[in-house]
Ligand binder design. Structure first.
Ligand code: ADP
Length: 646
């Protein structure tokens, strides 16, 4: 590289470019360091172009035909405060320099012009890709020495980011480009000083952070310790490669070992698990590792990890949903939320799509389509993996479900979620059956009785509580399985889903039981009819009806609400608006074979006052069992006490 002494023609920048440059110079944007990523990415693209064209000219006239001949070289001159990024890519001639570097060349420049007026710099820098000009965040001068492939004359572009730039003839022995930055001297208000960009270690770190998977070697001229002739360690200067080039996700799945995937997962996402989970292996091992390559509507290489436990269980609040986004090996975003649907927000990973511009940011409309296609591919892949884990890795899936099930269930119930139907296939519910415990809806259906049409369920605080409900006795005796809906989301399932694969959800505690769940109540006789009439009369104003139950085994009574408003709905409505006087119907079902009921039937003629008391007590107990409490506890207490005080 050489700086020419040829006359320079000063060319003024366009107004919009000037504005952008001013923003860069005065920028307080905290991520100034991304300038290096931008320059390396330009260099890498330039090499791509040259290598691609070289392959079309097998005589080597355009450039070397071997990949090994290409590289991006970084070098530092601390005393002169110079940092240069050189490549042996396609190069630029005078015309190119003017066209590409003399004007805003980044995509979306029109939009930029419109926005520049009203937005502040940091926001704009975050919003648009900034490419070449970003170097002015850290440099106060730049020289670009470039020689285009197929041409002999080199040119120098120079600018201090002010009013104008110049282009003059120069010399460069070989084809390619040197971007030479003069690093600013003043202090950075936000961080440290600009001096850090003159340290090899900073460059190493920045390359690792943003450009590790750039597909050409990034070399830095730096000192390393190597044994000299006497075997003593001594400092030697040489070109060291900083980037590891081939990312794990670019390699074909067959050639990567499980341990490599797991190490990557741990390295990238799981470090804090060590802190919080005491390095337990089980926590580190994800439920599923999903490497993949897409080549259809969207091109993409990815690795997804479905964790086995939630980060949140360790009280960390630094976990942001999203996966890392790369564009052809260059990291664009650390967490891109848009790549994951809400239901799978817990998934970690990396996706690399060569069709994305580097300047993509949250608001970049032009990339929406690509991101959406990527999300669809990833969503399908995760769904399939979870279906598989549910069938073939059941124990771990159930464990996984404890941590992440809620997220999935909530989305399965959200009809605005385009995948809600599919999500219902991977939901697990608690089965009332001791042996089964957790079941999917499909599994439940496969175990249904031949005469059973519906999916039965009961709501309650826990499976144990539900098991004690009198309504459960009959299904249990018949060996009919039911689901336990124990939390808020689950209790919404019947109302929202209504049915699954044409099987309606039917509650065992509300409304009339299905015919096959009923007992044959036998033919009613006159005495029974009279007894029921007596009960109805006694409980007038409290019970809307009293009937002979056809579903009780050992319990004396049960309170049901018929087909209208349920007790839970009554409670909810009352809380919402007491004025409404919402009222569920209260039907007292009595078990005619139960001794307590038989007793009332027996004494109702001889001791009617006592029979009435018993009837009232029984009704209140039915209220207690139904979970709706007693309306007047002190009256009830008096009633019970009167049994032995009168
Ligand atoms: P972008 O890369 O988003 O197009 P930049 O401002 O970074 O925007 O670069 C503008 C253009 O300048 C590039 O598209 C490319 O044509 C040219 N360019 C930049 N750096 C180099 C380089 N090292 N070698 C060849 N061309 C380059």
């Amino acid at each position: 590289m050489s700086e020419s002494s040829a006359p320079k023609h000063s060319i003024p920048f366009e107004t919009a470019t000037k504005k952008l440059l001013q923003m860069m110079i005065h920028s307080v944007y905290t991520k100034k360091e991304i300038f290096l990523r931008e320059l390396i990415s330009n260099a890498s693209d330039a090499i791509d172009k040259r290598y691609g064209t070289a392959l079309e000219h097998p005589d080597g006239s355009y450039g070397p035909l071997t990949r090994e001949s290409y590289a991006i070289r970084l070098s530092l001159n601390k005393d002169k405060r110079l940092l240069s990024v050189s490549d042996n890519g396609i190069g630029m001639n005078a015309e190119d320099l003017k066209k590409y570097l003399g004007t805003i060349a980044f995509s979306g420049s029109g939009e930029f012009r419109e926005n520049a007026a009203e937005k502040d710099a940091a926001e704009l820098i975050g919003h648009f890709g900034i490419g070449f000009y970003s170097l002015f965040m850290v440099a106060d001068r730049v020289s670009v020495v470039s020689r285009k492939a197929g041409e002999n004359q080199a040119y120098i572009f120079q600018s201090d980011g002010d009013e104008a730039y110049s282009i003059s003839p120069g010399t460069r022995k070989t084809v390619g480009t040197d971007v030479i930055l003069h690093i600013r001297e003043e202090k950075d208000v936000e961080k440290d000083t600009y001096d850090r960009y003159l340290r090899p270690y900073t460059l190493y770190k920045l390359v690792k952070e943003y450009s590790d998977y750039v597909r050409w070697p990034i070399l830095l001229y730096m000192p390393t310790l190597a044994p000299d002739e006497k075997g003593e360690p001594s400092e030697k200067w040489g070109w060291e490669q900083l980037n590891s080039m081939t990312p794990l996700w670019k390699r074909s799945a067959g050639e990567v070992k499980d341990e490599e995937y797991e190490a990557f997962f741990h390295e990238q996402f799981g470090k804090k698990l060590d802190v919080h989970a005491g390095k337990k292996e089980t926590f580190r091992k994800p439920l599923k590792v999903l490497p993949g390559h897409a080549d259809g509507k969207v091109r993409m290489d990815y690795i997804l990890y479905i964790p086995s436990v939630s980060w949140n269980s360790f009280d960390t609040n630094d976990d942001h949903p999203g996966i890392q986004l790369y564009s052809a090996g260059v990291k664009i975003m650390d967490v891109c939320e848009k790549l994951l649907p809400e239901e799978f927000a817990f998934v970690k990973g990396v996706a690399d799509c060569p069709d994305l511009p580097l300047n993509i940011s949250r608001e970049t409309v032009q990339s929406e389509g690509v991101l959406k296609s990527m999300r669809e591919v990833l969503t399908r892949r995760i769904q399939r993996a979870l279906e598989d884990a549910m069938k073939n890795d059941r124990e771990r899936y159930e464990k996984f479900w404890e941590d992440f099930g809620k997220t999935i269930l909530v989305e399965a119930l959200d009809e605005d979620n385009p995948h809600h139907e599919k999500l219902r296939d991977i939901v697990l519910f608690e089965s009332g059956s001791e042996e089964i415990r957790k079941t999917s809806l499909e599994e439940y259906i496969s175990r249904m009785k031949p005469e059973q049409k519906a999916i039965y369920y009961a709501k309650g605080k826990s499976r144990e509580e539900i098991a004690k409900l009198p309504e459960i006795e009959r299904p249990k005796a018949l060996g009919v399985e039911y689901l336990c809906f124990v939390d808020q989301a689950e209790s919404l399932v019947p109302e929202i889903m209504e049915s699954y694969r044409d099987h309606p959800f039917i509650s065992l505690t509300d409304g009339e039981p299905e015919p096959f769940l009923r007992k044959n109540a036998g033919t009613s006789d006159a005495d029974t009819e009279e007894f029921l009439a007596f009960m109805k009369e006694t409980l007038k104003g409290d019970a809307d009806d009293v009937i002979a139950s056809n579903r009780l085994e050992s319990h004396p009574v049960i309170l049901s609400s018929g087909d209208g408003i349920t007790f839970a709905m009554e409670e909810g409505l009352r809380k919402m608006n007491p004025e409404l006087h919402a009222k569920a119907k209260k039907v007292l079902e009595v078990n005619l074979e139960h001794p307590a009921v038989r007793k009332i039937k027996e004494i109702r003629k001889t001791e009617p006052a006592k029979a009435e008391k018993y009837a009232r007590i029984l009704f209140n107990q039915a209220r207690l069992i139904a979970g709706i409490g007693i309306e007047d506890p002190s009256a009830y207490t008096d009633l019970v006490l009167s049994l032995w005080t009168e």
